[in-house]
Design a binder for this molecule. Sequence first.
Ligand SMILES: [Zn+2]
Length: 124
Amino acid sequence: MALKYSNKINKIRSVALGLIFAGMIIMYIGLFFRETEWLMLIFMFLGIVAIGLSTVIYFWIGMLSTKAVPVECPECGKQTKMLGRVDACMFCKQPLTLDRDLEGKEFDEKYNSKKYTNEEQKES
Ligand SMILES: [Zn+2]
């Protein structure tokens, strides 16, 4: 199954990595404004904020990983971690679910949202 979906932990991790690069690029741009000190300082500051933010996100991933459920992927047999009711395998992107009710149903990210879960509970 080819799905445009990736594992949540992997997704957050790539965002954090992107922020580090963004921070470095912003600081690098700041070096072009060496003559204008205040402008350079603003760029430096923004760069530090971006890198600081990515550190926070990495910390957050660490917290999430402890809550993630380790499962063995039925497709590739590797150990993967999943968050929420539905998630994708980290290695082969096979959609996985922890909820037996959702087994066999079409993969949809909406199963993770609180709103959807509440509506489902109202129905039953
Ligand atoms: Zn897999």
